[in-house]
Design a protein. Structure first.
Length: 77
């Protein structure tokens, strides 16, 4: 299912620039804006990255895990 968005009160200069960029990319304004929104949504926020880092930092890492990671790194050279 998809959702439609409406953005009100877009300044004329902003709308003009977006239309020009869409045309330069060979896209409709709708396709161009969908690409922008999709890329933005795919990027994690700082809060999401911090939470992910905290989860990784809270893990128990054994000596065997460290040695395995070193061996993988050496094998990849």
């Amino acid at each position: 299912m998809s959702t439609a968005f409406t953005i009100r009160e877009v300044p004329d200069e902003v709308a003009r620039r977006l239309k020009v960029r869409a045309a330069e990319a060979g896209q409709s304004l709708q396709a161009y804006l969908l690409g922008l929104v999709t890329r933005e949504a795919a990027e994690p926020t700082l809060a999401e990255m911090a939470a992910r880092a905290e989860r990784y930092a809270a893990r128990e890492v054994s000596t065997e895990d460290i040695l395995a990671a070193i061996d993988e790194g050496r094998a990849g050279r």
